[in-house]
Design a protein around this ligand. Sequence first.
Ligand SMILES: *[C@@H]1O[C@H](CO)[C@@H](O)[C@H](O)[C@H]1NC(C)=O
Ligand SMILES: *[C@@H]1O[C@H](CO)[C@@H](O)[C@H](O)[C@H]1NC(C)=O
Length: 727
Amino acid sequence: MGVRGGKLPLFETKVKKGRKWYKLYVLSVLLAISLILVYRALHFPTNGEKGRWAWFGLSMAEIWFGFYWILTQSTRWNPVYRHTFKDRLLMRYKDNLPAVDVFVCTADPKKEPPIMVINTVLSVMAYEYPTKKLSVYLSDDGCSDITFYALLEASRFAEAWIPFCKKYKIEPRSPGAYFKEPSFGPDDGLLDWMDIKRLYEGMENRITSMANSGVVSDDMRKLHRGFSEWNGTATARDHNPIVQILIDGRDRAREDHVLPTLVYMAREKRPNQHHNFKAGAMNSMLRVSSEIRNGAIILNVDCDMYSNNSETIKDALCFFMDEEQGHEIAFIQLPQHYNNITKNDPYGNSFQALKEIDFHALDGHGGPMYIGSGCYHRRESLLGKKYDQTKTREFVERERDYKSTSLALEERAKNLITCNFEDNTQWGNEVGLKYGCPVEDAITGLSIQCNGWKSMYFNPQQGGFLGVAPVTLQHVLMQHKRWSEGEFQILLSKYSPISYGHKKITFGLQMCYATYCLRAVCSIPTLYYVIIPPIYFLHGISLFPDVSDSWFLPFAYAITVTSTYSLIESLEVGYTLKGLWNEQRIWLYKRLAAYPFALFDTALKQIGIAKSAFVITAKVASDEVLKRYEKEIIEFGSASVPFVIIATVAVLSPICLIMGLWMLLVVQGVGLMGSMLAQVIICGVVTLINLPVYEAILVRQDAGRIPTFVALISLTLSYVAYALPLD
Ligand SMILES: *[C@@H]1O[C@H](CO)[C@@H](O)[C@H](O)[C@H]1NC(C)=O
Ligand SMILES: *[C@@H]1O[C@H](CO)[C@@H](O)[C@H](O)[C@H]1NC(C)=O
């Protein structure tokens, strides 16, 4: 990249090499897919032959798989990798860095313990960035005085914590995560370290005991005028707007070690008023922060996503402030990591391929999606402004209002988060985050891109944000159901990337969005493929070409080559072999037991019934559950429809395999084996991948096993499938 006006760029972009082989691979697989479809068309069973419908279904499934496979190549086509030069940024802009507002959302003090929330808050307060330019806002949709109390404690602890972090350059800057590491702190600061550790543990004890008791004691209430907000009958669903500035960064008396501004807020709630969940909270924060500090750059994180890298603000600014390309960038998305992934990751929580490949490819097409957390935004673009090429952009700081007192600021801010504020405005539509879709972050990101902006993906070596991954299969499936459902609904909404994005974003990016939006649809052909061929095998009907037939080749080629490709790719991005095998299982379970419900619920919604067959449980993780999680034992545990589907498929395939083989060997004759090989392989693979299910039914005695009741239903269903007359 060249020099512009004598200035070196603030970031560079690398394109992946060795693409010739990849292109050859794609072309050859495309050829195989076409041949498979030709085979299906040419060999359609004639009238009177068995398996006409099954054949038709398989052809449909294969058409879908082929089409979807082509779509997914958009997430492999042209990955790019970004690297930043923070030293150049500092040299050039040391005194002219923009103000940054950090938004943290929390919604429920029971599910999101206040101690976890303030650890996230402290980690973002301690960013390696001029404190007077940093503000942190906590939006509490639970309107909990315990969360407020915890934040008050955090504001005091910050006075010791932030100087400590900066003096010894420690990482990570969530005190909870930092002190969990069995290290002994910095060599030269052992005494400081012990002091701070003591302070932290004192605070942690006070907060957890307060949270356990459920009330804030009267002594504590006297500590801060803010508690008076809870004097009336404030409940989570019915309360006045609250804005409390706990640390006012304008405080000149503390100029020497100024702390970042820290604000607690809870928007007004009334029982009969819709509040639009997290998008509503984000929009409230956008308005409150505009009154208080109005930072040009906004970072938003979930309350369980602490910052694991104190440098990422500067990284993000390297993009936004780059003289040549910066002006068109709306947001910088960082990947989300988890701090409790076990070695072989039985639930596929690490999303390693998504983080290391997909998003780099999206970046190559003009911009990753906004995934709702761990993202730096340009305020302007989030507010719905269109990108205007002719305008030069500088981060001019608005003159700060030093005259108003904190109290006056709070009062003005409260007026911006009343229930009625958004009535007859464009908030939730043209302005701010969009309302009315379960994955509001994705459509918000898409509409920003359609407004002409670019986004970029930044994946630093030292992960930027660390959260907590789900530890039970039920919870994992629920999460995927919610995502795939939301994404599917985008496709049906007016924000469909196909129509809305037409000519506004690149075709490649449209394909990427379509890949995610159509995930749910993959459930039907997958279900078909793991159920129908085994049953037909049991009845001795072949649905695939004979091994000796040359039509067998395209099938064999497509399967082995795509599997080998993804094997190599996965090992490259850090999967273990066992982890990769686990990933295949989760891939299957998502399609069997999460996506179908996404489709089903969307269909119900379309005809106006909003009721789900999916059992929703709270995210409770007892010690027992955690112990099994650490041993990588899959947690089934409850008798719900998704598990019935999984168990039925798992029970069906070995039955078909054994009885089918017996038929073949004893009744029909081994000679037919060649024509059945493909079906034998399908049964065999599905059986192997489900080994943990048989263990959970037959061997395990713990609470995470599959209940006998579920196993019996599955057996019955399998029998029904067997006994049904075939066409
Ligand atoms: C994983 O997350 C759970 C919260 O669901 C937490 O309690 C547990 O300690 C974590 N496990 C590990 C190994 O970090
Ligand atoms: C989090 O930060 C630590 C350094 O404090 C680093 O060793 C670790 O790899 C980071 N975690 C991730 C997931 O990147």
